[in-house]
Design a protein around this ligand. Structure first.
Ligand code: MG
Length: 391
């Protein structure tokens, strides 16, 4: 299928930060995707927590399998809408590269450590010396931290891929980004313009993916039950539909079928909702996308149902006492590691050793911790503190 006129064309890319000749057989967005797949940060995603800690079970989603599901959903929707599948895939595969070990618990702990430090030193909490935020870190991974190429740090990705990776950004961080890269990926958070449709799609595909797989993982873990999920209108609708077609279906197959139908319905809804929004706003070209509000969207009804599901998962899964307990342990590990490395940089591997650690190079301590997998962080914590936080 040819690309729609409002799709991002690799040939019209705003380019890479360092110029490189075009590859002979691949577009620039395909090349970005390939660089992401070959990166070290991408391989680490397999040992990073999505919701359940990596060692809690072999079948739960990890950041890697989550990212693959986002890419699958994103590509499928992109193809129907005539958007650039390669760009959506590149953004989806990279969108979580900046996550710390232990999911959001790790990020919150690292952010708290960095903020405390900034406050103690009387510095405004702005990058590069302020807090920690995983979207900014994903960008840092692809811009600075990957060490693979002889001529530059990072992966030197296209503007459009980087724009999609920076899904959210605080005003303080956007102002800082504008200083180092005027009219760059931070600009839209200051001038209110919209990113490409592919970036918008990767963002929504992320939400669709985790809402669905967290139901699956939640039931698998025993923290949620099918009975309990029936208060969620979206789930109940497809449970009823499934049971009408397969009255004897039970257990895992029943759950899979309900989740499968839910996913399909959301995909079709986004395709229709987006087509309606494109028509409504008279979008004919890429330039119209930047001026319009977010166009990749659900219908009003599905948006409401998706929000209800999200709220249910927040109350019943993410805040489940058992999940909260591992959250507290994860915070402990990250907080202790941060304190240990700041107190003695000799504890970090040779290329990272900075003596003494100053305020500005605390970012390197954060980079090192953020890059860790769950199990490496746990092992390192045991080595440095002699205590076992996770039994
Ligand atoms: Mg995600």
């Amino acid at each position: 299928m040819p690309l729609a006129p409002y799709a991002s064309h690799a040939g019209a890319s705003r380019g890479r930060r360092r110029h490189e000749p075009v590859a002979p057989t691949r577009t620039d967005f395909q090349r970005d995707r390939d660089r992401i797949v070959h990166s070290t940060a991408f391989r680490r995603l397999v040992y990073k927590t999505q919701v359940f800690l990596n060692h809690e079970g072999d079948l739960f989603r990890t950041r890697l399998t989550h990212s693959l599901e986002v890419a699958q959903l994103g590509r499928s929707i992109a193809r129907s809408l005539g958007l650039n599948e390669d760009l959506v895939e590149a953004i989806a595969l990279a969108h979580d590269l900046g996550h710390t070990p232990f999911g959001h618990a790790g990020q919150d702990a690292l952010n708290a450590c960095m903020h405390q430090d900034s406050q103690d030193k009387g510095i405004s909490p702005v990058e590069p010396v302020g807090g920690f935020e995983h979207n900014m870190q994903s960008l840092r991974v692809v811009d600075e931290l990957e060490e693979r190429y002889p001529d530059f740090d990072g992966l030197n990705l296209c503007f459009e891929t980087r724009e999609g990776i920076l899904k959210h950004c605080s005003r303080a961080n956007a102002l800082w980004l504008e200083q180092v890269e005027p009219d760059g990926v931070g600009a839209r958070f200051l001038n209110g313009s919209s990113p490409s449709l592919e970036a918008q799609l990767a963002n929504l595909a992320d939400e669709i993916a985790y809402n669905a797989h967290d139901i699956d993982d939640g039931v698998r873990s025993g923290l949620l039950s099918i009975e309990q999920l029936r208060v969620v209108p979206l789930f109940e609708r497809f449970l009823q539909e499934t049971l009408r077609h397969h009255p004897a279906l039970l257990g895992r197959r029943l759950l899979f079928e309900v989740v499968r139908r839910m996913l399909s319905a959301q995909v079709y809804d986004v395709i229709e909702g987006t087509q309606a929004a494109l028509n409504q706003h008279g979008v004919m070209a890429v330039v119209d996308v930047a001026r319009a509000p977010t166009l990749v969207r659900f219908s009003a009804e599905m948006r409401q149902q998706s929000a209800d599901l999200k709220r249910f998962l927040m109350q019943n899964l993410y805040r489940h006492p058992q999940v909260m307990q591992t959250t507290a342990q994860a915070r402990q590990v990250v907080t202790d590691l941060y304190a240990a490395y700041c107190a003695n940089t000799q504890l970090m591997p040779v290329p990272r050793r900075l003596a003494p650690v100053t305020v500005s190079n605390r970012r390197q301590v954060a980079d090192y911790i953020a890059g860790m997998t769950d199990r490496f962080a746990i092992k390192e914590h045991e080595r440095l503190t002699g205590s076992k936080v996770f039994a």
